[in-house]
Design a protein around this ligand. Structure first.
Ligand code: FAD
Length: 291
């Protein structure tokens, strides 16, 4: 199939792009790598009269190491994120998540901002951003604002972004202390979206007690989520005394409605999710212990 006819716009600046989006209203949509939007247009799951292409916007691309954070332009491709030594050294969870996204052709065109703005419940980057408490920089004709990622995802494929707002950058805190990070997911074939997945960030104090931990879950609800109840129960405990399987069970027991479809029932996803949390927990704690 082909998409319905649309008018193509290629603004030269981000300011021009948001003004166009404001002027054209709900008949317009931004397009970045096109790896999620184009299939939706081709299948006619979405129809827009105007597409505003973000690829000429140089201010949306790049990776910049700052004092205690790494800024990544929303238009930076998954491949560029995956190849970056700064990301590998300072935000290893993001680096490790990247090869799990689709295939290399998709990673060469898809962008980190597109992935987070698209807010697919089974996508890796939204869960990584939640786990690392990233901040999202947003531009509209009314100016700039920053949104904490915990407030960003509002439901299936929906976010806090208004129609005329663009994500311009994502700010990730840099790892500090004795940290470990891991992502685990289960998909039927390499490159498929995960049936269920988990991300873990853990920090140990000098006595190997857990002084910070974050557990993200994806593919297990309408949006990626944090397993907050499990996190709270783990703080202050000696890492060696925690059974990873218990972490997995507690993490999924706090979930609300879990999707059930031809790829797996809700019960199956919960069991896979618990196993992914347990695996990721074990690896993250091992890494932090070796640090
Ligand atoms: P687009 O498709 O261009 O846009 C997606 C949405 O985001 C649109 O609504 C658009 O308006 C909005 N948007 C884009 N950029 C911005 C911005 N800067 N500000 C505001 N809104 C914006 N993803 C995974 O995470 N894991 C996978 O395993 C995976 N597998 C895939 C397999 C296949 C076969 C395909 C085709 C895609 C797969 N993807 C997967 C999706 C891929 O990661 C996309 O690249 C990503 O979801 C969207 O990025 P994009 O730049 O292509 O965005």
């Amino acid at each position: 199939m082909k998409p319905a006819a649309f008018e193509y716009h290629a603004p030269a600046t981000a300011q021009e792009a948001v003004e166009l989006l404001a002027e054209l209203g709900d008949g317009a949509k931004a397009i970045a790598g096109g790896q999620s939007l184009m299939p939706m247009l081709i299948l006619r799951l979405a129809v827009f009269d105007h597409l505003v292409d973000l690829r000429r916007l140089e201010g949306l691309r790049g990776i910049d190491s700052r004092d205690d954070s790494v800024w990544i332009g929303a238009g930076t491709t998954h491949s560029a994120v995956g190849k970056s030594p700064e990301v590998r050294g300072s935000v290893p969870l993001l680096s490790r998540a990247t090869p799990l996204i689709g295939h290399f052709q998709i990673r060469n065109r898809g962008t980190i901002g597109g992935s987070i703005a698209h807010a697919d419940a089974a996508a890796e980057y939204p869960a990584v951003a939640l786990t690392l408490d990233a901040e999202l920089e947003v531009l509209s004709p009314r100016g700039r604002r920053t949104i904490a990622v915990a407030e960003f995802f509002t439901g299936m494929w929906s976010t806090e972004l208004a129609e005329d707002e663009l994500l311009t950058g994502i700010v990730f805190p840099v790892r500090q202390g004795r940290c470990g990070f891991a992502i685990e997911e289960f998909a039927r074939r390499s490159g498929d979206f995960a049936i269920a997945g988990a991300t873990v960030a853990v920090r140990l104090d000098a006595d190997s007690r857990i002084d910070r931990c974050a557990i993200g879950l994806f593919g297990l609800g309408p949006t990626a989520v944090r397993a907050s109840t499990a996190e709270v129960e783990l703080i202050g405990r000696a890492a060696s005394e925690v059974d990873p399987r218990d972490v997995g069970h507690t993490a999924v027991s706090g979930l609300g409605s879990v999707p059930s479809d031809l790829h797996g029932s809700a019960d199956y996803r919960r069991r896979v999710g618990a196993a992914m949390v347990a695996r990721a927990w074990r690896r993250a704690v091992q890494e932090a212990s070796d640090d």
